[in-house]
Design a protein around this ligand. Structure first.
Ligand code: GUN
Ligand code: FE
Length: 443
């Protein structure tokens, strides 16, 4: 691939560019973004070096610089998914169960197959193909309990040059024997994986105790030790998704003040900690998540599909103790790999609670907002010099229904983005770039 590399050393991508500079205050907040109708992104060795009007920048490019022109494309930063399970590509769309039954009946059965390295490798390939087809260039990923599943995933991501965060699930109880580790082995295997992958290229590690039900106190203690000991690792788990889950946690940890306190006691809260779901929280839990700068991860398609409940964005992000919130698919509890579809379902979940999700806010969340949730605002999430050229080219007229609806929209960006998120999905992703290299192209 050295030849491709040399050719790719400098290149440019041309089209309509959209990148956020601040969190939108509401619909129509034109100060929150920068839109260049005929823009150019210049990429050198995978990073963006210049962004501006194509007319200005094209003249300064060295002779022969390849330019990928997307005249009908809306180019945004690559989409970011902050919670997804790579071993659940064959769990997605499993019928008729709520969380605990769903885990036992479908998920734990499927995850056992990842003891086989070949199976893990095939699934890692499928999974990353599918993310890129959907315009997602960075994700925060649960593997299985098997260290080999993490190796398979990171090896595939590293090969593609994507920035991924992932970790081995830690589970030492309430799971089938084939999916259990121990406090010691879970700790040591995680540490081993951290040594192998954390900071290798664009890969980063997330310490991943699945949730309080499947970890003993000793294991949560070990997870906390890893978070304390290793600079820059993330922590991911599930919190307050389902009422029976919460009741079970109460029984398992009778001394804890509430579910969040179970994690708090072991030092698992913090600004690199991502808590999936956060639906049924008490006030004191919201306060602790806020104080600790932890991130609550909104997974709308999953919450609807598993029947878990309605995420309360206003309460979390606009209360007296605001909590950082990110957006995610949670495949395979979630039903779509598409962040566009996920935003659309997020809008509906909020509507059911009398709330709203303006299109600008949704696109901000999928890009700059999620990047900031990961502390990665200086690498991804915006189209600015210095950032990696992870980009997605969106097509607002991808389907007949979208093209037809777009006929009524006369240059209003809010409306166009709302059509894109409400009617769009993988079909609306015309191309995906990773470090400036074309990683997926439609058709
Ligand atoms: N809680 C614990 N494990 C899981 C999982 O795999 N998916 C979801 N949605 N919730 C969980
Ligand atoms: Fe999940």
């Amino acid at each position: 691939m050295t030849e491709t590399k040399a050719i790719q050393a400098i290149k440019a991508i041309r089209g309509r560019l959209l990148s956020f500079v601040a969190e939108p205050a509401g619909p129509g907040d034109t100060s929150s973004y920068r839109l260049i109708e005929d823009g150019l992104v210049v990429v050198r060795d995978g990073r963006i070096t210049e962004v501006g009007e194509a007319a200005d920048l094209l003249r300064g490019l060295p002779e022969g610089t390849p330019v990928d022109h997307h005249p009908n494309g809306l180019i945004t930063p690559g989409l970011i998914d902050t919670h997804i399970h790579f071993p659940q590509t064959q769990v997605i769309a499993s019928y008729g169960a709520q969380l605990l039954e769903w885990l036992n009946k479908y998920t734990f059965v499927e995850e056992q197959r990842f003891a086989d390295a070949g199976h893990a490798e095939r699934n890692a390939t499928f999974f990353l193909d599918e993310l890129l087809r959907n315009g997602t260039t960075t994700a925060v990923v649960y593997a299985t309990v098997h260290p080999g599943s993490v190796d398979a995933f990171f090896a595939e991501s590293e090969r593609r040059g994507t920035a991924m965060i992932a970790g081995k699930v830690m589970m030492d109880r309430n799971a089938p024997p084939g999916l259990r580790d121990t406090p010691r082995s879970g700790h040591d295997e995680s540490l081993d994986l951290i040594g192998r992958w954390h900071g290798k290229g664009r890969q980063r590690y997330a310490v991943t105790p699945r949730f309080a039900i499947t970890s003993t106190e000793e294991q949560l203690e070990a997870a906390g030790a890893l978070v304390r000991e290793v600079e820059g690792v993330y922590m991911q788990t599930h919190l307050s998704e389902n009422l029976r889950e919460i009741e079970t946690v109460r029984g398992l940890f009778p001394d804890a003040r509430h579910y969040t306190d179970v994690y708090d006691r072991y030092g698992l809260l913090g600004e690199r900690s991502l808590f999936g779901h956060c639906i049924h929280l008490e006030e004191d839990e919201v306060r602790r998540l806020s104080e600790s700068r932890s991130v609550a991860v909104f997974c709308p398609t999953s919450n609807l599909f598993i029947g878990s409940g309605l995420f309360d964005l206003d309460r979390l992000s606009r209360g007296a103790a605001p909590v950082r919130v990110s957006l995610a698919t949670d495949v395979g509890g979630g039903t779509s790999y598409s962040m566009l579809r996920t935003a659309a379902e997020g809008y509906k979940v909020l509507q059911l609670g009398g709330q709203n999700l303006p299109a600008l806010a949704a696109f901000h969340m999928m890009t700059r907002g999620n990047a900031l949730s990961l502390g990665m605002g200086d690498e991804i999430g915006v189209i600015e010099p210095g950032r990696f050229a992870d980009l997605v080219v969106l097509d607002s007229r991808a389907t007949p229904a979208m093209a037809h609806r777009m006929e009524t929209i006369d240059g209003d960006l809010d409306e166009e983005l709302f059509v894109l998120m409400t009617l769009g999905d993988d079909r609306a992703v015309a191309a995906t770039y990773v470090q400036g290299r074309l990683a997926w192209e439609r058709g």
